[in-house]
Design a protein. Structure first.
Lengths: 300, 328
């Protein structure tokens, strides 16, 4: 082979090619494509919410319909107890669900990656302490901790994001640490050290790009967990009461007696929306995992 | 076989780790609930006219007038003897309240965990054995879809359809609670079972995917093993190879998973218990949150975290018995 005789181009130049190869393998998984399609659609709905549904839809006063109307031509999904069209609320709720999901998962994975890389790189007593803290978070009942945090802080979207973010990072930290230790045992790290590369250079230029794929898969899977937790917190009345969210819609419907009066159309859409988004992220995450590491993923 | 010494060291290490975790939980339990903004005594007496003297008396009664370090040492000493303080809203010892509600949670989560572990193991083993086939795809897909469903929503839907009755479906099950409370003996057991159906179905539907996926992937790891070829070469039937050779080897991660789940469900049943008005710890936690009744929330936090630690410990201690390589 002639290629192997030539020096390979530096890693940053090879990365676009890697992205194309990644997409080619990703495309072979139908479940992953399905998830990606669903996500694109939902993201588009969330971004275009002001065009699809009037902003006034969130106002309790002057709602266009009668309370608890069943689905009709005017209100495709019916109305809630204030007479607000459910479809419009659903469209606006997508924003909160996605925002909290993305930011909370991003925060959790950022903490996890930071702790994992630091523990894996420095080793010694520093790593021991970090991993003890991680283990301790790992045995905490995550939901209970998140609920308690959301209770003691003020009601806002940021509270929910922080409560989810700081309680769900330990799994990522463990995975990233293991990967970091594996990467650091390779000869090119020794070469970088010999050439005078400092701690920060090695962590950011050599370790981080190598753990990035793992981090990406973790983030995608983390988003669906975060979305479910967000809905749970909102359902328990711990969300921001000023913002329309899917979990909050379910809580309001329950409090308005939709369950005992059999108004299933108030209950079905928000829950279904949560499930579809969570499932779509899970499908994408599992597919990414399979493509990056066929031994760990779905088909193995 | 692992040497007895290695086994002993392993056990001691795990016990020590669990003890440290329990202590950490105790400390967290204290400080987490001291950062709560607002005055619990004021929240408690909201709506009733109280004098400053009465407020002080209440503060003294709950020990809130002491310096923080004294509160902490008192709290640790009491918690270690099983005294978790007095609930603000029920005016009863927290330990007593928890003991009262624990059996209901144990019944609900116990039945649910046994069922979903069994279902997950059974389907997971079958899916892995024929992996990539249509059965595998359908089972994994359905499990993942149900896993994405919020448990409280599924509970609400089940109540609307099967308890209240929707369209042609009559109300088959009670909407909530644990019993109607009139019968005794066998009739009572039947009544409780009747109340148990919908919450258990909810927990099982949402939870079995995890067991299924772990069982499936650990069995897939065993599939290439030479010992399976040997077993087949001996002329064993396919189902016997699976049941007697492959599955026992794949059980280890799944058993760990089941125990960790047992620790989780106590906390995880908060929503299902709330939705079905099940008189257990999860429902109590929800009630305590809405006040907020700090001693009760704190006590339940300790119980939920303690359950996790104990179950993790049990899983760790059980593993070397199933697979001697673990303790080596």
């Amino acid at each position: 082979m002639t290629e192997s005789a030539l020096p390979r181009s530096p890693a940053p130049a090879r990365r676009p090619g890697a992205a194309v190869r990644f997409w080619h393998s990703y495309r072979a998984h139908r479940a992953g494509l399905l998830g990606l399609g669903a996500l694109t659609l939902i993201a588009a709905v969330a971004l275009l919410a002001p065009l699809l549904a009037d902003e006034d839809v969130r106002k309790v006063t002057g709602a266009p319909g009668d309370p608890l109307e069943p689905p009709s031509a005017a209100f495709w999904l019916g109305t809630d107890q204030f007479g607000r069209p459910l479809l419009g609320l659903l469209v606006w709720g997508a924003r909160i669900s996605l925002t909290v999901g993305l930011l909370a998962a991003g925060m959790s994975v950022a903490i996890g990656a930071l702790v994992g890389i630091a523990a894996g790189h420095y080793g010694g007593w520093f790593a021991t302490v970090l991993m003890r803290v991680t283990d301790w978070f790992l045995v905490m009942p995550t939901l209970v901790l998140a609920i308690v945090l959301a209770t003691v802080m003020s009601r806002s979207v940021w509270t929910v994001i922080i409560a989810i973010g700081v309680t769900s990072w330990p799994t990522t930290a463990r995975l990233v640490r293991a990967q970091t230790v594996a990467v650091e045992s390779r000869p090119y790290i020794e070469r970088a050290k010999a050439l005078g590369g400092g701690h920060r250079h090695i962590m950011s230029r050599h370790v981080l790009p190598n753990v990035m794929p793992l981090v990406l898969a973790q983030t995608t899977l983390g988003i669906s967990a975060a979305i479910l937790t967000e809905a749970t917190l909102a359902f328990l009345g711990l969300g921001d009461p000023m913002v329309v969210s899917w979990g909050g819609m379910l809580q309001e419907a329950r409090e308005a007696g939709a369950v005992s009066s059999g108004h299933w159309w108030c209950l079905a859409p928000p829950g279904l929306a949560i499930a579809v988004v969570a499932l779509a992220f899970t499908l994408c995450g599992r597919t990414i995992e399979t493509v990056l590491d066929p031994r760990r993923g779905v088909d193995r | 076989m692992a040497s007895p010494r290695a086994h002993l060291l392993y056990t001691a290490g795990r016990l020590g780790g669990a003890a440290v975790s329990l202590l950490a939980v105790l400390v967290t339990g204290f400080f987490l609930f001291r950062i709560v903004p607002g005055d619990p005594v004021r929240a408690l007496t909201r709506g009733t006219p109280t004098t400053a003297g009465q407020l002080d008396a209440l503060r003294h009664q709950f020990g809130l007038d002491l310096p923080l370090w004294r509160q902490f040492t008192d709290y640790c000493a009491k918690a270690l003897t099983g005294d978790l303080g007095v609930s603000y809203q029920f005016r009863a010892p927290v330990g007593e309240l928890i003991a009262q509600k624990a059996p209901a949670t144990l019944l609900l989560t116990g039945v649910a965990v046994v069922l979903y572990s069994a279902i997950g193991l059974w389907i997971g083993a079958r899916a892995a054995w024929r992996h990539g086939g249509p059965g595998d795809r359908v089972h994994t897909g359905v499990a993942l879809a149900l896993w994405s469903v919020p448990s409280f929503w599924l509970g609400l839907l089940l109540i609307t359809v099967f308890a209240v009755g929707a369209g042609p479906v009559p109300g088959l099950f009670p909407t909530g609670g644990m019993s109607t409370g009139t019968e005794s003996g066998l009739a009572h057991a039947v009544d409780v079972t009747h109340h148990l159906v919908l919450p258990v179905v909810t927990l099982v539907a949402v939870g079995y995917a995890q067991t299924l996926l772990v069982m499936r992937s650990s069995l897939l790891d065993e599939m290439g093993g030479d010992y399976l070829t040997t077993a087949r070469a001996k002329g064993l039937r396919d189902s016997a190879v699976r049941r007697r050779h492959a599955v026992p080897n794949a059980l280890l991660p799944t058993v760990t998973m089941v125990f960790i789940n047992l620790g989780h469900v106590a906390a995880g049943s908060i929503l299902v218990e709330t939705v079905f008005s099940w008189p257990g710890l999860g429902g109590l936690f929800y009630q305590a949150l809405s006040v907020p009744d700090l001693p009760l929330v704190q006590g339940l936090f300790l119980v939920f975290a303690g359950a996790m630690i104990v179950m993790n410990l049990l899983a760790d201690l059980l593993c070397p018995l199933l697979d001697p390589r673990v303790a080596r």
